[in-house]
Design a protein around this ligand. Structure first.
Ligand code: FES
Length: 148
């Protein structure tokens, strides 16, 4: 008689059997390995410093419109009320991509409703950490996004 047959002979239901198995092999009952860890998802993932330029006269012409935003790699760049801003696109709660809301002049996470200011600071959670902020340099119609 194997373990399953023995437990069934005791009259345990399938749910009770599962509980017994989980107690014996906790790894099989742990949460999904695909669950994103809070606070991850910022940066480019390559370890290289961010440094790119957007052409506001051609490829990224739409960004020249006040209130517009674009996403490049892991960064969201918005034409905010205070000027161009560049922040990590990944919400610090669980990594969902945030969006710029021109009417509120803030970044909103559609997953659980966190809001961030244009400097990346948390306005309301559940996110507890700010979005990473990148430097901006406008030279004519070239918008450079970088970190020092
Ligand atoms: S992932 Fe953004 S608030 Fe939860």
């Amino acid at each position: 008689m194997n373990r399953t047959e023995f437990l069934k002979s005791l009259g345990l239901s399938s749910g009770a059997l599962m509980a017994v198995y989980c107690m014996g092999t906790l790894t099989s009952c742990s949460s999904s390995k695909d669950d994103p860890a809070p606070g991850t998802g910022t940066g480019t993932g390559t370890g290289a410093k961010v440094n790119f330029t957007l052409d506001l006269a051609n490829a990224n012409k739409a960004l020249a419109t006040p209130g517009a935003f674009v996403i490049k790699d892991d960064i969201i760049i918005a034409n905010a009320k205070s000027g161009y801003v560049a922040l990590s696109k990944a919400c610090t709660h669980q990594g969902t991509t945030v969006e710029y809301q021109a009417n509120n002049d803030r970044f909103y996470c559609p997953n659980h409703g966190s809001n961030f200011s244009t400097t990346g600071s948390v306005i309301n959670g559940p996110a507890a950490s700010p979005l990473k902020s990148y430097k901006i340099e406008l030279m004519g119609t070239n918008l450079r996004v970088f970190e020092s």
